[in-house]
Design a binder for this molecule. Sequence first.
Ligand SMILES: C[S@@+](CC[C@H](N)C(=O)[O-])C[C@H]1O[C@@H](n2cnc3c(N)ncnc32)[C@H](O)[C@@H]1O
Length: 334
Amino acid sequence: MVPAATLLAPLFAAIEGGEQHQRPALLLAPDAPFLSFIEVGYALRACLEDRRQHDYLVQRLRPHAGVIVGTLPAGLLPHSMLPRTPPLPQFRPLEQISDAEVHDWLVQDAGMIYGELQQAELERYFAAIAPFVAPGGLMVDLGSGLGKVVMSAALSLPFQRCVGVELLGYRHQLALQRCQQLLALNQQQLTLLPQPMQRAQPLVLPHGARSTLAHLLDLPQRLAFIEADMFKVDVSAATLVFLYSTCFGPLMPALAHKLASELQPGALVSTTTYPLSHPAFRILQHYPAGTLAWTSVNLYQRYGDWDGTAPPVTSYAPDPAEWEARVRAELEKR
Ligand SMILES: C[S@@+](CC[C@H](N)C(=O)[O-])C[C@H]1O[C@@H](n2cnc3c(N)ncnc32)[C@H](O)[C@@H]1O
């Protein structure tokens, strides 16, 4: 029997620590991929940096308080990925930017906030879902960042394939680099095992699933990362979709609709913080904040009998007066 814990512990250790990565500024060039995002960000930031414009900034943000994570949008804070280079000549001031553009910017800005669950939280998560996961199948992380959950899933559970989908090119590249490092370490460890290696040699995975050495020998084929907008990637073959959805509040109705439309009956979806409020899904487990992870985790299953009608959109809006008081207090400090 191969000592699974001895082989896996260094692999898990190799994928820790992505949360603290350096966020590079977005590229500002006439054909850059996030140009309209940068333009709106520049317009909002110009108002933030001019005290005389604070009232106008609050007035423009107020209708969209429900899609702002925290007090001021993350993209306007010092660690934001908005470049500091001068604006392009065609960039418009906030007065010429529509409410719909501000709204879309805020939604996208919130979604790009980065965070990872700690390895101990992921271990508890995989232990909790292990009884619901059949061997084989496809795990997909929508918004996969630096790939920690995808790689941890491939190590922890007997998925045939684990795929991460990430919007930001630099995060996708970091995920690829980290994956290469993981695969090199895995290869190095496998060559230290008694030779010749037997694919069929039993391997018990961390949460009790019975597998074989093929689980690690096939790791390169079992992992994949895609740089794309998650709304443009078909997930119909997925048996588990993972969403670290804590910053996806405003995206949840669209995500729920996409998953209901694409997933096969029986497929699992897990979310953090926000529920998947959709009649195509039933909740299997709810883990309150502080049990598996610092935030709540929900596990859902796709039902077979959804009639295709979309549910009413649930709003996650905070109390607008309370939000405005917080923003004004924040602006006062500037
Ligand atoms: C909170 S991070 C979670 C990273 C990873 N899932 C984890 O748990 O370690 C959310 C990620 O979703 C990505 N994201 C946001 N909107 C996206 C979209 N439309 N398509 C793909 N990725 C997106 C962000 O860039 C960010 O890296």
